[in-house]
Ligand binder design. Structure first.
Ligand code: PLP
Length: 404
């Protein structure tokens, strides 16, 4: 298409699209798909662990029995069997949920978008951490909110600034990543969980608790979810993407039933319903205990990869002024380099050496921050590549910081 037509089309796009930009990560994934690059950039699970045989068995078993239902349209609210399973699962986490509190979605990413559609008016203020999950910013930018942010430390988002912000601004909701934060890798302490739920009550706001990694804990004790502490003020999101397979695009929202009703209306306009087929498959493999066994296996492999990455960083990374997080679970760790290092610029040199990461600035909702940070993923690379990739990155960083 010629440049003129591109301009003409450009004028027809809605104003809200000005705020919708292609994600830095998606762009990066394109580079990192070259076969010879060792990539710590994506957030991908290890594909060699996908339970392909088990999903095949579920198809073979279910299709002759329920094929007509599985291939048909189904209610926006989701299929009953899956909702009952998920409600029971939430009960085990101390959340007295019923099927009417559950809504299956196409990934948690759709849940974030529906939350934007239902709750965010232009200029509404959202309180979150800096850094925060890039996909949430992308989903919500279309609805033009303002972001108010609080610092993070080793115990998750900090609460000291939070009360000041809540006192001085009407906050639509607080966005919390409680476990193994993406990108920072840290876990929100029990005290802060309590404090945030108390603050939500005190300042009459609500919480979006986004928890895709909660089941991927490699050490330490599980902490209670915020929804288990104050279920009437929390919309809780979780997903099958990390415990089963992201290609299924299946996740669920847990929320008060009147919130679910509104989200259902928004979802009707978006896609009518979540794929019937994947809902049945996920229900079957979950109900037969396959996910539970699978998660056990993933935990072992990812723990080893995390340990190996940390060991390699200890060995190859420069020490002066360089810090990194030691996640108790999840898929990411976060590196903070001395002020003045620009990880976006450095990425070009890293790619020349066939290693990639995500520059941290991408995770800051209000631009111009985090230029000296980077996110590393440890779930998707082989053990051999983890050691080799960290060695290459460490050498580059040492040269950059003059430690060689
Ligand atoms: C914090 C967070 N929320 C939501 C998502 C989206 O997950 P899904 O694959 O369920 O759309 C991700 C994916 O990486 C994530 O890290």
């Amino acid at each position: 298409m010629n440049a003129d037509m591109e301009k003409i089309w450009g004028k027809t796009f809605a104003k809200r699209t000005e705020k919708i930009k292609s994600s830095v990560i998606r762009e990066l994934l394109k580079i990192t798909q070259q076969p010879d690059i060792i990539s710590f950039a994506g957030g991908l699970p290890a594909p060699e662990l996908f339970p392909i045989r088990e999903i095949e068995e579920a198809c073979r078993y279910l299709l002759p029995r329920l094929g007509q239902k599985m291939l048909q349209y189904s209610p926006t609210e989701g299929i009953q069997q899956l909702k009952e399973f998920l409600a029971e699962k939430m009960q085990k986490y101390g959340v007295p949920a019923e099927p009417e509190n559950i809504l299956p979605t196409h990934g948690s990413q759709q849940a974030l978008d529906l939350i934007g559609k239902v709750f965010i008016n232009e200029g509404d203020k959202i309180l979150t951490s800096r850094p925060t999950y890039l996909g949430a910013i992308q989903a919500w930018n279309a609805y033009a909110p303002e972001y108010m942010t609080v610092r993070m430390d080793d115990h998750g988002m900090t609460v000291d600034e939070m009360e000041e912000i809540l006192k001085n601004h009407k906050i639509k909701f607080i966005y919390v990543l409680p476990n193994f934060h993406n990108p920072a890798g840290v876990t929100l302490s029990l005290e802060r969980r309590k404090k945030i739920t108390e603050l939500a009550e005190k300042y009459d706001t609500f919480i979006v608790e986004d928890d895709p990694y909660g089941e991927l804990r490699y050490e330490g004790e599980d902490l209670p979810t915020l929804i288990s502490m104050k279920k009437e003020r929390v919309i809780y999101l979780s997903t099958f993407s990390k415990t089963l397979a992201p290609g299924l695009r299946l996740a669920w929202i847990t929320a008060p039933s009147f919130v679910i009703k509104k989200l259902v209306q928004a979802k009707q306009g978006a896609d009518l319903h979540t794929g019937t087929f994947v809902q049945y498959i996920a229900w079957d493999v979950a109900d037969r205990g396959i996910i539970k066994a699978h998660v056990k296996k993933i935990r072992e492999v990812y723990k080893r990869r995390r340990d190996l990455m940390l060991e390699a960083m200890e060995k190859y990374f420069p020490k002066k002024g360089v810090k990194w997080t030691r996640p108790e679970g999840g898929m990411f760790l976060w590196v903070i380099l001395p002020e003045g290092v620009d990880t976006a610029k450095l990425l070009e040199k890293a790619v020349e050496r066939k290693v990639a990461y995500v520059p941290g600035f991408a995770f800051y909702p209000n631009a111009d921050d985090g230029h000296n940070t980077m996110r590393l993923n440890f779930s998707n690379a082989s053990e051999e590549n983890i050691v080799e990739g960290i060695k290459r990155l460490g050498e580059l960083l040492k040269e950059e910081l003059g430690e060689k």
